[in-house]
Design a protein around this ligand. Structure first.
Ligand SMILES: [Zn+2]
Ligand SMILES: [Zn+2]
Length: 600
């Protein structure tokens, strides 16, 4: 049997034999991403390169990236969705195209993973809006299936769909793309669980994109092939890219031929521990949704903590807090009483053990993870019973009351919603979410097209802020002292944000000095350039790096005049004068020795 350790090895061998270089995965909390709280796909760190930047490691790249998508929280409880997952990715940056990509991955699935080709189905773009059908992919697929003795054709192992399913661009379907925007068709591979009967409520006939559960999308190859022209037509891109994404856990589901991810080897150790603690059986249908949520949320929590997230009332920390609290409520329901913090920590230890040597060192990490989990459960347990009593008294729930429950008893919205549903109160989830969105800024989106990726916002303004962030990093170093260490950064079209460790809060005086120097550097119109050099050389130069990130042997270093040097993928402005001006709006303490600056 191929376990997850072996699967990692096989992917590595597969990609290196095809001359790919590994891009080291990034932490779950990305350092320089303008648009998201978490790393949600393998291609996230490749975005600048897919848009034309030169990658230091060349034109054939791959990685296995841990990902977290909090917007999928409503899907958790079914048999295939999880907040935490790993994504296998490979990229051609103007190198190979459709023939290599599709031939390689099909060969890997059939010959290396020994998946039965009779259970593999593929999709391609049908053609619309003046764009042709993806005939190249269809021809390649016919040949590949023929090699394994299957006479595939459209409607038989090959299925065509419109742009809503088989087209990729940042803006969506071709008609929505602005002029100059890159886009192209994609081709997915599905695995068929023949033991799952089609359910007629999803349509008369079953097909790969049917939602009945018989078919599972395991991977997707996106072909960045065209550019939209000002007259609305499409021209081939001068440099065509491939962006491939596959679900690591889904490859395991296919190999183990199990349509329930929580029954695969990637979840059974966690589920078994939950069974042990609750004395209940996962095979009992009525326990499944709660046990899946507990297993999923706890696994995600362990990974988040390892990547530096602590429970709090803001952003990533708030997401972690909700996960730990929600799983506590689920455990309480199964047990009929509050779980002990030690019991929850015991389940989390199973997560550490499963990924020993890949993501964790059990002996070390148990000391990091267990106390944080226990502490949060203890805190929440104290108010949970009171909150539950309060909920019993409430006659009619609304968004305002839900928010008060959170404020007074730390009851996350999902929990209130579920508890009131149990009381038979149909809750208008829109009101709930609006009340919360106001305070939390959380967004929801569909999880369809899971492996399609999404290029982040790269507006001119965010690029300016990115260069300004590098300046700020260096200036803080010069003004506050060499002990400062970057913890994170986040950029939107409206402002930049920079988190750093320092022994004391910077004074007004110091902050004034910081903005003054940055504006000086802007006025000097310093050139911004990059060099691709060996990591050791970059370290010798004193280029700033991010301590949570593992860098490859060759790195890209951005230089701002001779003032700042930093490990970074870009993109940046060409000259600091483009930034215009720099103002610090706020500096606040957000943790122990941890400070946050907002600037624009
Ligand atoms: Zn179906
Ligand atoms: Zn940067």
């Amino acid at each position: 049997m191929i376990d997850h350790f072996k699967l990692r090895k096989l992917f590595e061998e597969f990609y290196t034999s095809n001359k790919h270089v590994e891009v080291p995965p990034i932490p779950l909390v990305p350092k320089d991403d303008p648009t998201t709280l978490f790393t949600g796909s393998g291609m996230q760190q490749l975005v600048p390169y897919l848009l034309g930047e030169i990658h230091p490691l060349g034109t054939r790249l791959y990685d296995i990236q841990r990902c977290f998508r909090s917007q999928d929280i409503d899907d958790i409880g079914d048999n295939r969705h999880t907040l935490l997952f790993e994504m296998v990715g490979n990229w051609s940056l103007g190198d190979y195209f459709k023939t290599e990509q599709l031939t390689w991955i099909f060969g890997f699935l059939v010959n290396t993973l020994h998946l039965d080709p009779n259970k593999l189905y593929v999709t391609a773009f049908v053609g619309e809006d003046g764009l042709p059908q993806d005939a190249d992919s269809i021809e390649i697929w016919k040949k590949e299936f023929a090699k394994v003795g299957i006479k595939a054709d459209i409607g038989n192992h090959i299925y065509l769909y419109d742009a809503t399913k088989n087209w990729w661009s940042r803006a969506g379907v071709p008609a929505k793309m602005p002029a100059g925007e890159p886009g192209g068709p994609d081709s997915e591979i599905f695995f068929e669980f023949t033991q799952v009967e089609h359910d007629a409520k999803f349509g008369e006939k079953c097909h790969p994109n049917c939602d009945c559960g018989r078919f599972l999308e395991i991977c997707n190859s996106v072909f960045m092939q065209y550019k939209k022209m000002p007259d609305g037509s499409f021209e081939p891109l001068p440099k065509q890219n491939v962006d491939f994404g596959g679900g690591f856990e889904r490859f395991i589901m296919a190999m183990e031929n199990n349509s329930d991810m929580f029954e695969t080897s990637l979840y059974t150790p966690i589920i078994k521990e939950i069974e042990k603690i609750t004395g209940l059986s996962y095979s009992d249908e009525k326990n499944k949704p709660a046990m899946r949520i507990i297993a999923d949320h706890l696994k995600a929590s362990v990974f988040l903590i390892k990547d530096g997230v602590l429970p709090s009332n803001k952003e990533q920390g708030y997401v972690l807090r909700r996960l730990l609290r929600r799983l506590t409520v689920k455990l309480r329901k199964l047990l009929g009483k509050l779980p002990s913090p030690e019991e929850v920590a015991l389940i989390s230890t199973q997560v550490l053990k499963m990924y020993e040597g890949v993501y964790f060192n059990v002996e070390e990490d148990i000391k990091l993870v267990s106390p944080i989990i226990k502490d949060e459960i203890k805190k929440f347990s104290a108010s949970l019973e009171k909150g539950l009593k309060e909920i019993e008294k409430i006659e009619k729930i609304d968004g305002k009351i839900a928010f008060d429950l959170y404020q007074s008893y730390g009851m996350p919205v999902e929990i209130s919603r579920e508890l009131f549903l149990e009381k038979g109160q149909e809750i208008d989830s829109k009101t709930f979410l609006e009340a919360f969105a106001k305070h939390r800024g959380l967004s929801r989106s569909a999880s369809a097209g899971k492996f399609k990726g999404g290029l982040a916002d790269q507006s001119e303004q965010t690029i300016k802020y990115h260069t300004a962030t590098h300046l700020l990093h260096q200036v803080l170093f010069d003004v506050l002292g060499k002990d400062i260490r970057q913890e994170g950064s986040n950029i939107t079209g409206e402002r930049l944000r920079f988190d750093f460790y320092h022994t004391q809060k910077p004074t007004e005086e110091e902050l004034k000095k910081v903005s003054g120097i940055i504006n000086e550097k802007i006025a000097k119109a310093l050139p911004v350039e990059f060099k691709i050099i060996p990591k050791q050389e970059a370290e010798k130069l004193g280029a700033k790096s991010f301590f949570r990130e593992k860098y490859p042997d060759m790195v890209k270093v951005y230089f701002i005049g001779d003032y700042s040097k930093e490990f970074c993928g870009g993109p940046h402005v060409k000259n600091t004068s483009e930034i215009g001006s720099f103002t610090i709006m706020k500096c606040e303490k957000i943790g122990n020795n941890l400070f946050r600056i907002y600037a624009k």
